[in-house]
Design a binder for this molecule. Structure first.
Ligand code: DHB
Ligand code: FE
Length: 285
């Protein structure tokens, strides 16, 4: 049986990817940020899963205003790296797990969540920056990845409650897959940031840290937070944080199991215009 062993949460700021690709990680501006991921890279080497179910958002790269899926699951064997304007990032292609992805689609759709099935999709910084932060610069990513794209770009976007419920359905789907796979679920994006308008540059450290506290201790109550609070407190792009609730909903305690262990927690400002938050939660073995 496949099982979810841990969840990882991290921001996905595109400038972080550029800093890695251009060899700037030791510069004074970037060093404190990358220092916060040293533990995580070591942890991932010691806890390498077979598959990562990676919840992220596409930034008008694979999708556009012509087609806006709320929840899209990548069922392909391979996902090319998108060209976001400066050429594709020099990172390995993402290798999928079509059998597990198809099983999850079957199970979750039968549980009344209407996923869009995507058999061909390029992946942007929303997915590749978290991989780089956690894995460094390997020749090939050390696990298979099921990309799961959530629309948090064009309104209407899904509620935190819906995301949390979907995470619970994803857990049941993964746990009903016959193969003995070690699966992690990652929630990415956030934390507070607003990229345009009069409030551009908004950062709310107090709200972000309270979000991390509540994500750990009381995710069911956090899932009730309405959109307007995310946008008011964490900026228009802070809404990316609803994706973290999908990963949190898939943890064992939400299904009546033991509380997860906090393996690592990190918060840093600034990275570009964004507050960076990061958490690793482990399910009991
Ligand atoms: C930035 C952050 C994002 O989440 C994003 O998708 C694009 C840009 C930024 O901070 O610059
Ligand atoms: Fe983003």
């Amino acid at each position: 049986m496949a099982r979810i062993t841990a969840s990882v949460y991290t921001s996905h700021v595109p400038a972080i990817g550029a800093a890695i690709d251009l060899g700037k990680t030791h510069e004074p501006y970037w060093q404190p940020l990358f220092a916060g991921y040293e533990f995580s890279k070591q942890w991932l080497r010691e806890h390498t899963p077979d598959v990562v179910f990676l919840v992220y958002n596409d930034h008008a790269t694979a999708f556009s205003l012509e087609l806006i899926p709320t929840f899209a699951i990548g069922t392909a064997a391979e996902f090319p790296i998108a060209d976001e304007g400066w050429g594709p990032r020099p990172v390995p292609p993402v290798i999928g797990h079509p059998e597990l992805a198809s099983h999850i689609a079957q199970s979750v759709i039968q549980e009344d969540f209407d996923l869009t099935i995507v058999n061909k999709m390029a992946v942007d910084h929303g997915l590749t920056v978290p991989l780089s932060l956690m894995c460094g610069q390997p020749q090939a990513w050390p696990f298979k990845v099921i990309p799961f794209a959530v629309n948090v770009v064009q309104y209407p976007v899904p509620s935190g409650r819906r995301c949390f419920q979907l995470g619970q359905a994803i857990r049941r789907a993964i746990e009903s897959f016959d193969d003995d796979l070690n699966v992690q679920i990652w929630g990415t994006g956030g934390m507070s940031h607003q990229l345009q308008g009069p409030r551009a540059g908004l950062i709310n450290k107090a709200w972000d840290n309270q979000f991390l506290d509540r994500l750990i201790d009381d995710p069911a109550a956090l899932a009730e937070v309405p959109h307007i609070e995310y946008v008011r407190e964490a900026g228009s792009e802070g809404i990316e944080l609803v994706m973290w609730l999908i990963a949190r909903g898939a943890m064992a305690d939400v299904a009546g199991g033991p509380k997860p262990r906090v393996a690592h927690r990190f918060y840093h400002v600034p990275a570009s215009n964004t507050a960076v938050g990061h958490l690793i939660l482990e399910n009991a073995a």
